[in-house]
Design a protein around this ligand. Structure first.
Ligand code: ZN
Length: 206
């Protein structure tokens, strides 16, 4: 399903991240530009920042590995944080953690930029730090379970792809253009994001 309106997107340059504050009902659109690029999304309940995205609960409650339109992203406390309301790509990951400086160091790549570092830095103005960035919704990341192995495939070649998340509570979100060349088909590219105001949130759910 594609977006029916075109929100004003802001580009997130390669190997960088941004942080945004969302009201309940706002929709966060996260998109590719050239395709074949992952965007990691960290989510925190703004009213208590200790309550953050739990990939495990999200996969458990939705009964699938890859969330799809209508699925809810849950927190560690089982708080519904956001609902996927549109998605033109359909390839995402909840299994892997954001790439980090330590992860690159394990491969011998010292002081490599990482989603963990860029998202942590972007979230600093909301009082969040590196120890808070534990898990992310990895938009457009193609991770498959093959037997007992986790196999990483290049992100789909989907230029102008968008996945849209409606905030179910006030949120702080960190969004990165993933810093890993290996994850992104050999070259890190920009991503983009936009926020639509939440006036369309169903009042019956209030
Ligand atoms: Zn990354």
């Amino acid at each position: 399903m594609a977006l029916s309106v075109s929100p004003a997107f802001v580009v997130i340059e390669p190997q960088t991240a941004v942080a945004v504050s969302l009201e309940r009902g706002d929709v966060l659109h996260v998109g590719t530009t050239q395709g074949a690029q992952v965007a990691d999304v960290a989510l925190f309940a703004r009213d208590d920042l200790r309550d953050s995205l739990s990939p495990g609960r999200t996969m458990d409650y939705n009964e699938r590995l890859i969330p799809q339109i209508g699925d809810i992203l849950f927190s560690h406390r089982s708080t519904p944080l956001a609902t996927i309301v549109a998605d033109s790509v359909g390839v995402h990951d909840l299994l892997l953690t954001p790439c980090s400086e330590a992860m690159f160091a394990r491969r011998g790549e010292l002081r490599h930029p990482s989603c963990h570092a860029t998202i942590s830095a972007a979230l600093a103005r909301y009082g969040l730090g590196p120890d808070d960035v534990i898990a992310t919704f990895n938009a457009f990341m193609d991770v498959r379970v093959e037997g007992n192995r986790i196999v990483l495939y290049p992100p789909p070649n989907a230029p102008d792809g968008v996945v849209s998340l409606r905030a179910e509570v006030p949120l702080i979100a960190g969004i990165s253009a993933c810093s890993s060349e290996l994850t992104n088909g050999g070259r890190c590219k920009p991503v983009r994001y936009a926020v639509s105001a939440g006036s369309v949130y169903p009042k019956s759910d209030a």
